[in-house]
Design a binder for this molecule. Structure first.
Ligand SMILES: [Zn+2]
Length: 320
C-alpha cells in the first residue's frame, strides 16, 4: 500500500485495521499504521508518534488507546502512526541514522528525496492531509526534559479549544510556526492541530502516559468521535505563550559536563544563570544565562554535552 493508493474510507466501518505504508523509492522502510473505523460516520482524528525516534510516550499511548477503544462506540475514525520514523526509532535517536535528517524539519518532504524526506511525504499524503484534526505526540527525548503539555497555534482558536480539553496541566500557544514541521504542513492546509510534549529523558513516565492516553480520548470526545465530555483530572496550571523552537533556545558552545541551576517551569529573570558546563576538573567553561525573563520550558537532561546541543528554552506566559 502506498500513500496514493491508501484510502481509509474504503475500509469497512466498525472494525480495526493494522496496515503498512510503503515509502517511495525506499523499499526497506515501511510505516506501521493503525486505523479504527467507527461504526458511524464522523470526523477523522490523525495521531502520530515517534516522529523523533527517541520519544516513546506517544508510541505506547497509541497502542493502549487503540487496544481499549470499541469501534461500535465511535462516530468517525482514528488513523494513527505509532512509529512515524522507523529508522530513527530502531536507532533510538532523534534524527535518522540513514541521512542524519530531522523528520520534523523536512515537511512536506518529497517522494524523490532521501529516506527522511520520503517518509515525510508519505506521512503528509497518507495521513495528515486526510485529517479533520491532527495530533502529533512528541516528548523531550533522551537528551532533554520538558513539561508535559499541549502546544497549539495562538492564531487558531480550534487548536486553543482542543488544548483546553486535552488534559495537560501546561498549554503552550505559539504565535509563529516554523516551517518543515508535521504541524506546519497541517497549518498550511488549514487542518487544526495540537502537538504534545512530555518529560522524556529516555523513559515513559507513568503519569505522562496517562496524560497522553487521556489526551487522545479527550480529543476524540471533543471531536464527537467518542460520546461524552472531556475528562479533566487537574486544571491547567501554566499557560505559556511564545516561541517553542528548540533551535531558538540556548545551545552549547563547548564540550563538557553540564549542571543545571534551575527547574522546569521555574520563572527566571533576564540575565539569570540557568546552568553551566564544567571541564573534567570541575572548572566552569561555559555559563548559560536567560536572554529574557520568562518560564523555563526545556532543560538539557543528559549531562555530557557537545557544541550545538539544545540546553534551555525560556518562553513567556499569557500574563507577561
Ligand atoms: Zn520530538
Amino acid at each position: 500500500m502506498t500513500a496514493s493508493t491508501f484510502d481509509p474510507g474504503s475500509y469497512e466501518r466498525g472494525r480495526k485495521y493494522s496496515l503498512d505504508l510503503e515509502v517511495p523509492n525506499h523499499p526497506e522502510i515501511t510505516i506501521p499504521v493503525l486505523l479504527i473505523r467507527g461504526a458511524n460516520s464522523g470526523a477523522m482524528l490523525v495521531v502520530s508518534a515517534a516522529v523523533h525516534g527517541d520519544e516513546f510516550e506517544g508510541v505506547r499511548a497509541i497502542f493502549e488507546v487503540v487496544e481499549q477503544i470499541d469501534p461500535s462506540e465511535m462516530s468517525g475514525d482514528l488513523l494513527a502512526a505509532p512509529v512515524s520514523n522507523p529508522p530513527a526509532f530502531w536507532a533510538g535517536t532523534r534524527c535518522s541514522p540513514l541521512d542524519g535528517a530531522n523528520l520534523a524539519r523536512v515537511f512536506p518532504g518529497s517522494p524523490d528525496g532521501g529516506p527522511t524526506p520520503a517518509i515525510a511525504h508519505t506521512l503528509a499524503e497518507a495521513l495528515i492531509s486526510k485529517a479533520d484534526f491532527y495530533l502529533d505526540l512528541h516528548s523531550a527525548g533522551v537528551a532533554c526534559l520538558m513539561p508535559t503539555m499541549a502546544g497549539y497555534s495562538a492564531n487558531d482558536p480550534r487548536g486553543r479549544d482542543a488544548a483546553e480539553c486535552f488534559g495537560a496541566t501546561v498549554i503552550w500557544g505559539h504565535p509563529d510556526i516554523a516551517p518543515g514541521r508535521t504541524i506546519s504542513f497541517a497549518h498550511e492546509r488549514r487542518i487544526p492541530w495540537l502537538y504534545s510534549e512530555a518529560r522524556g529523558a529516555g523513559r515513559i513516565d507513568p503519569e505522562d502516559l496517562r496524560t497522553f492516553r487521556q489526551g487522545v480520548l479527550n480529543l476524540m470526545r471533543h471531536l464527537n468521535i467518542l460520546p461524552g465530555e472531556a475528562v479533566i483530572q487537574t486544571p491547567i496550571r501554566h499557560r505559556l505563550l511564545g516561541d517553542g523552537n528548540i533551535e531558538a533556545g540556548l545551545t552549547c558552545g563547548v564540550e563538557g559536563f553540564f549542571m543545571s541551576a534551575v527547574e522546569l517551569l521555574q520563572p527566571v529573570a533576564k540575565g539569570q544563570e540557568l546552568g553551566r558546563t564544567v571541564d573534567l576538573h570541575g572548572e566552569t567553561i561555559e555559563t548559560f544565562c536567560a536572554t529574557d525573563a520568562g518560564i523555563v520550558a526545556l532543560i538539557r537532561q543528559f549531562p555530557v554535552v557537545k557544541p550545538g546541543d539544545a540546553m534551555f528554552v525560556v518562553t513567556g506566559t499569557e500574563e507577561t
